[in-house]
Design a protein around this ligand. Structure first.
Ligand SMILES: Cc1ncc(COP(=O)(O)O)c(C=O)c1O
Length: 407
């Protein structure tokens, strides 16, 4: 849970829901700044740069805001690159770290001038054959570290599709040498929701070892995976401790490397999770033989994390914050099992009340869909204390927009 001072007041959330309707995603811009500044402070002793992993949330206004903070951008698709450029990011501040894309997409990103991370030997060779050393690249390595909140978000283990195995260094070297590729960066990302600081330290040690194969490095990118708390007592990555330990390790390594080196990170969740609130309306209270369900006007098509990752989001009744606490199972309206939270203690819920899901900024709207032909929610950004609509709720026309009705 975010600290009280960082949290938007519940009566303000009610006002926004009244004004813009529900379901609605609400993002608190200044909270993103707070998180960015915490990272900067934690790593101030090392030459560090942060690139926002925008897969977490790509609304153009959020991108513009993050650009205004001086943060870079981490992207995984050519469309994210294009959105980043549209939002005003300098291509030199955009990293492109795709997975399983074809050479054409990599070339398109190269033509836009962004930093390219290559994560497999096939593309490395094709890129090298075509461009040699004319366009420096980074290489995404797989360090074979099992880390992350659950298997779906663990990316650095031996069975993962991500990165080039550190045990394939001989292949990498052969390709780099024969095609004269210029490698200026090494990258790894072992997963999301890593609370153990030592995992990052193990990762960086592996990267240090790998640098011996690359004389032209300018950056070591450790990806991300900083964990935030989703409820009281939930462990978080201790950013200050991580900053201190990693900065010390990095500084003592970097002073012996032939060139000035920078340490890079690509935080997604850490920057935007806690800024987000998802407000829905209780449609029905349904008592069955075993449960009291609150059926809301949303579903996993809008917030998939509970069903997809078994993720916990704190749910509160903001329309009746002083009501007697009772136990409810909060479910969505999708025609499949669609549970947001089992047996939650929530202030008495009446039909028509607004419920809020906290920490909904990262991988919330971004993973939403129109399943069941439901409309995607609106998005609102709160900045300087004022709410701004930054995305209209879908309409039926949006559902039909790309469909071609045959005569
Ligand atoms: C390459 C890469 N960088 C950064 C991130 C962001 O991770 P997180 O949201 O845990 O900070 C991801 C998440 O999937 C990723 O794949």
């Amino acid at each position: 849970m975010p600290r009280q001072s960082d949290v938007l007041a519940t009566d303000f959330l009610v006002k926004i829901a009244d004004e813009f309707g529900t379901p609605v995603y609400i993002y608190h811009a200044e909270k993103i700044k707070t998180q960015y500044e915490k990272l900067q402070k934690a790593f101030h002793k090392a030459n560090t740069r942060f690139f926002y992993a925008c897969k977490a949330l790509t609304n153009i206004n959020i991108l513009k805001y993050i650009n205004s903070l001086g943060c870079g951008l981490d992207t995984v698709s050519i469309q994210e690159v294009q959105l980043g450029l549209k939002a005003g990011f300098d291509p030199k501040n955009i990293i492109f770290t795709p997975n399983c894309v074809d050479l054409q997409e990599i070339i398109a990103a190269k033509d836009l001038g962004v930093i390219i991370n290559i994560d497999n030997l096939s593309i490395l060779e094709q890129f090298g054959n075509k461009f040699g050393g004319s366009y420096p690249i980074s290489i995404r390595l797989n360090p074979h570290i099992m880390a992350g909140g659950n298997f779906k978000i663990s990316t650095g283990h031996i069975d993962s599709k991500f990165g080039i195995s550190i045990h394939q260094m001989r292949h990498i070297e052969r390709i780099v040498k024969s095609t004269k590729l210029k490698v200026t960066g090494l990258h790894m990302h072992t997963g999301s929701e890593i609370k153990d600081v030592d995992v990052f330290l193990r990762g960086v040690e592996i990267m240090f070892e790998m640098t011996q194969h690359f004389p032209d490095l300018e950056s070591i990118d450790l990806g991300s995976g900083f964990k935030v708390a989703y409820q009281q007592g939930d462990p978080e990555t201790d950013i200050d401790l991580l900053g201190k330990k990693l900065s010390d390790a990095f500084n003592s390594f970097a002073k012996n490397y032939e060139k000035p080196l920078q340490l890079w990170f690509e935080p997604g969740k850490y920057l935007v999770s806690q800024c987000g609130y998802f407000v829905v309306k209780a449609n029905v209270i349904k008592q069955t033989t075993a449960n009291v369900f609150v059926g809301v006007n949303s579903g996993f098509n809008h917030l998939i994390r509970p069903m997809f990752y078994d993720a916990f989001h704190l749910i509160r009744n903001i329309s009746n914050p002083k009501g007697t606490e009772r136990i409810y199972t909060v479910v969505g309206n999708i025609c499949e099992t669609d549970t947001f939270g089992w047996d939650r203690k929530i202030n008495e819920v009446r039909e028509g009340d607004y419920l809020v899901f906290y920490n909904a900024g990262a991988y919330g709207f971004e993973m939403s869909s129109n399943f069941n032909s439901r409309l995607k929610p609106a998005e609102v950004m709160v900045k300087d204390g004022k709410p701004f609509l930054i995305r209209k709720r879908d309409t039926l026309e949006d559902l039909l927009k790309n469909q071609i009705e045959l005569a």
